[in-house]
Structure formats: C-alpha cells, structure tokens
Design a protein around this ligand. Structure first.
Ligand SMILES: Nc1ncnc2c1ncn2[C@@H]1O[C@H](COP(=O)(O)OP(=O)(O)OP(=O)(O)O)[C@@H](O)[C@H]1O
Ligand SMILES: [Mg+2]
Length: 263
C-alpha cells in the first residue's frame, strides 16, 4: 500500500485509483476519475514540474495542480486528469500520417508561448551542468541508451559523451520547450492536442530539444520498441519535418538525442 498524505486523501476521498504502466521513471501514478496523483522521490525536477504547471495555466493546455505535498523526501503531485488519450494510443498510432501532423501542431503550440517572462531556463548551459552532475554521480543508465551511442567505435562511456557534448555545442535557437516531448507525454482528443504532461524539464531551450525527442519517440514507437508496439512498414519519422515545413538539421537532432542519453 502506498502512503498518501492526509490532505490529498481528503481530496480524493474513497475513490479507488487505477495505475499507469507506461511511464519509465520511478514515478508511481494513480489515476482517479478526474485527478491524477504522481508520487516520486523529491528532486529539482518534481519542484520544477509543479512550478511549470502553474506558470503554463492559460498559456498551454496542461493539468491544473490541485495539491502538491512533500513527505519524507517524496513528492505527491495531485493534478487534474487530462481528457483524451496518449499519443501512443493504438488507435492514433494506426494512422501515422495523421498522428505526425498532430504532433507537429503540438510543437507549434509550444513555440507560440511567449518566452520573455518565462522564468525557466532549460538551455544548454544548464542542461550540460545537470548532465555533468548525472555523470559525476554515476546516475546515467547506459543500458537504456540507443544501441549506437556507447560501445566499440562509439562513445566509450558517459564521461566521454559529456566531453563531446561540451565541445560541440550547437548555436541555440531558443523557444519554449517541453523538455521531454515523447508520445506518452502528449494527450490527444478528437484529432487535437488536449494537453501536455511530464513537464519537469520544461523551459526555454533550443527548438531542436523537442524536435529531436519527438523524432526519436516516433521512431521507437513505430519500430515496435515498446510492449505492444509493432513495426509499421513504410512509415518514416522524417514525415515530421514535412508537417513542420522545415529542412531538418540532422546534426542538432543527433546532438539533442545524445544529450538526452545522460538523463
Ligand atoms: N494529468 C494527467 N492526466 C492524464 N494522465 C496522466 C496525467 N499525468 C500522468 N498521466 C499518465 O501517467 C503516465 C506517467 O506520467 P508522467 O509522464 O508524468 O510520468 P513518467 O512517465 O513516469 O515520467 P517519465 O516520462 O519521465 O518517465 C502518463 O504517460 C499518463 O498516461
Ligand atoms: Mg512521461
């Protein structure tokens, strides 16, 4: 049985929650009819997520924070439940062209957020500083990396990758960035984005932070990397660029995917 702070118990009442099985972090997510409780170890990211959700009210469709409590180094974030389904939902995945168009619109929604008064910096100075912390404290999960990141003829270890990232910083084109723009973090209803979740890394960052992770997430989901996924022959994640109307900067895509390996 999971501990739930009294204040949150009194809000959710006697409801029996369902649990989520998609998330990859150590978070436990309890799904109530209209609310969601995310329980995880307290960190800079859990504090950031609650603050970002607050700042984004009225700027983007995101859950409302109902109550955020901390108890014995655990964070308890009770928020409203978004309508719709995750972008990795089977039905949505069944029409890759349409799904890619929806995800491109989602990126454009993020880029429309005015950044002048955004208090969250997720730019490279900060990301590389956080990446250094991860490396120096042995927190990088090498087994979770893309198959071509580490190994013979590739990066020897996270330390070598970090050095490369520090020496090969691309110029930044700052926009409001989600920070972890992958399919399970985007909700869709009636063919439109109904909301964004998992905003612990959100803030001002290069446009390619989100393009790169969206591209990687499309690739993973369509190549059947995840449970229940299947390889959809003929679908090419490059369609994302067509829907965004851009010529992709492949080097930046590679850079931001590599950077994410350290988190
Ligand atoms: N407000 C919400 N409304 C609806 N569903 C939610 C909400 N918050 C979380 N969920 C569900 O729980 C899942 C996990 O939540 P979240 O993405 O915040 O954590 P996580 O996936 O464990 O973290 P990470 O993506 O870093 O691994 C989501 O993919 C979604 O299915
Ligand atoms: Mg998530």
């Amino acid at each position: 049985m999971i501990y739930i702070p009294q204040k949150i118990k009194s809000i959710v009442g006697g409801q029996k929650p369902g649990t989520d099985s998609v998330g990859m972090s150590r978070a436990r997510v309890l799904l109530y009819e209209k609310m969601v409780l995310k329980v995880e170890e307290e960190s800079e990211e859990t504090v950031h997520e609650a603050q970002a959700l607050g700042w984004l009210q009225g700027r983007l469709p995101v859950p409302k924070v109902i109550c955020h409590e901390s108890h014995e180094k655990m964070s308890y974030l009770l928020m409203s439940r978004l309508p719709g389904t995750m972008a990795c939902d089977k039905l949505l995945m069944g029409d890759p062209e349409r799904l890619t168009a929806i995800l491109a619109r989602g990126l454009e929604m993020l880029w429309q957020v005015q950044t002048q008064d955004c208090p969250f910096d997720s730019g490279l100075d900060r990301k590389l500083e956080m990446a250094r912390y991860q490396v120096e404290h042995d927190l990088v999960d090498v087994d979770d990396a893309e198959p071509d990141t580490f190994g013979e003829g590739r990066f020897r270890d996270p330390r070598e990758l970090l050095a490369w990232l520090e020496q090969n910083r691309p110029e930044e084109d700052p926009v409001f960035s989600h920070g972890d723009y992958c399919l399970p973090n985007i909700f869709v209803e009636d063919g439109r984005i109904s909301g964004f979740i998992d905003l612990g890394k959100a803030g001002i960052a290069d446009r390619y932070q989100d393009i790169a992770l969206c591209y990687r997430s499309l690739e993973h989901n369509y190549r059947g990397k995840y449970r229940g996924g299947k390889d959809v022959g003929g679908f090419c994640p490059d369609r994302l660029f067509a829907h965004l109307g851009i010529e992709p900067d492949r080097e930046k895509i590679r850079y931001y995917i590599l950077l994410d390996e350290l988190f």
